[in-house]
Design a protein around this ligand. Structure first.
Ligand SMILES: NC(=O)c1ccc[n+]([C@@H]2O[C@H](COP(=O)([O-])OP(=O)(O)OC[C@H]3O[C@@H](n4cnc5c(N)ncnc54)[C@H](O)[C@@H]3O)[C@@H](O)[C@H]2O)c1
Length: 260
């Protein structure tokens, strides 16, 4: 058996081909876990899996319950065991509520919320039977409040947070822990595509964050690692905010000039 905080454990990371999921995959593998990346992006998923020892790839659309059930079976087959599930894939359209199409609303909820249910629905029986297991769902600080033009995403992530709590409560007496992480703005390909574009943009956005910068995917992976490790043995149902201080504010506009 290898060494590390996750030595000998089998894990699944959905959306593991990019961004936060890729960083989580790399971090878990570095700690001795075998990891199955489940992602719709086969090119990128295979490339990441090829680069890391102990990492496999399965092309999976997490909005399809049968595909998610097959993903759990594949990890059990490939690794001989399953101990960790990270539900992390997402999709969204950013448009105000009156401009969002029904198809965009449904796709956001399918990939970003329903898929988290499918993942837990498929993996929890395995974890409950073996009396151990850890789930981390990637929620968002967007699930804790409202943002202009993000109603479907805000709704999906709020759902992920409460689904996490319910599953945690149900599994708490049976050796299974369920938590979620709520990132603020993290410099991933999704954010590069959606907001950054120009290099100056990153700085413009960064100064609006109390810590004066965007987060890095590895800073979320570190928290996910803690949550699935034995060091978090008494942590369940938590929504851990990792946002450089973004959600500290009450929302009241700044009333005094910055005094340095
Ligand atoms: N980047 C941020 O600022 C930020 C902030 C808060 C929360 N999050 C959350 O972190 C998670 C990862 O986001 P990211 O920024 O790393 O994005 P990303 O685009 O870099 O990675 C998302 C991955 O999900 C995969 N994916 C999309 N649809 C899928 C589907 N139907 N089935 C399987 N895989 C699918 C994509 O192919 C991609 O590899 C998401 O849940 C996102 O909501 C991100």
């Amino acid at each position: 058996m290898g060494e590390g905080r996750l030595a000998g454990r089998g894990a699944i990371v959905t959306g593991g081909a990019s961004g936060i999921g890729e960083a989580v995959t790399r971090r878990f593998a570095a700690e001795g876990a075998r990891v199955l990346i489940a992602d719709v992006d086969a090119d990128r998923g295979k490339r990441v899996a090829d680069e890391i020892d102990g990492v496999n790839f399965l092309e999976t659309d997490v909005s399809q319950p049968d595909a998610v059930a097959a993903m759990v079976k594949a990890a059990q087959r490939d690794f001989g065991r399953l101990d960790i599930l990270v539900n992390n894939a997402f999709w969204t359209a950013m448009r105000r509520t009156h401009k969002l199409s029904v198809a965009e609303w449904r796709r956001t909820l399918d990939v970003t919320l329903d898929a988290v249910f499918y993942g837990m629905n498929a993996a929890l029986p395995v974890f409950l039977d073996q009396g151990s297991g850890a789930i981390v769902n990637t929620a968002s600080i967007c699930g804790l409040g409202a943002d202009d033009g993000m109603s479907a995403y805000n709704t999906a992530k709020a759902g992920v947070i409460n689904l996490t709590r319910t599953a945690a409560l149900e599994a708490a007496g049976r050796g299974v822990r369920v938590n979620c992480v709520c990132p603020g703005l993290i410099a991933t390909p999704a954010v590069e595509r959606g907001f950054l574009g120009r290099p100056e943009k990153r700085e413009e956005i960064g100064v609006q964050i109390p810590m004066q910068r965007l987060g890095e995917p590895e800073e979320i992976a570190n928290v996910a690692l803690f949550l699935v490790s034995d060091e978090a043995s008494y942590v369940t149902g938590a929504a851990i905010v990792v946002d450089g201080g973004t959600s500290i504010r009450s929302g009241v506009p700044d009333l005094i000039t910055k005094q340095g």
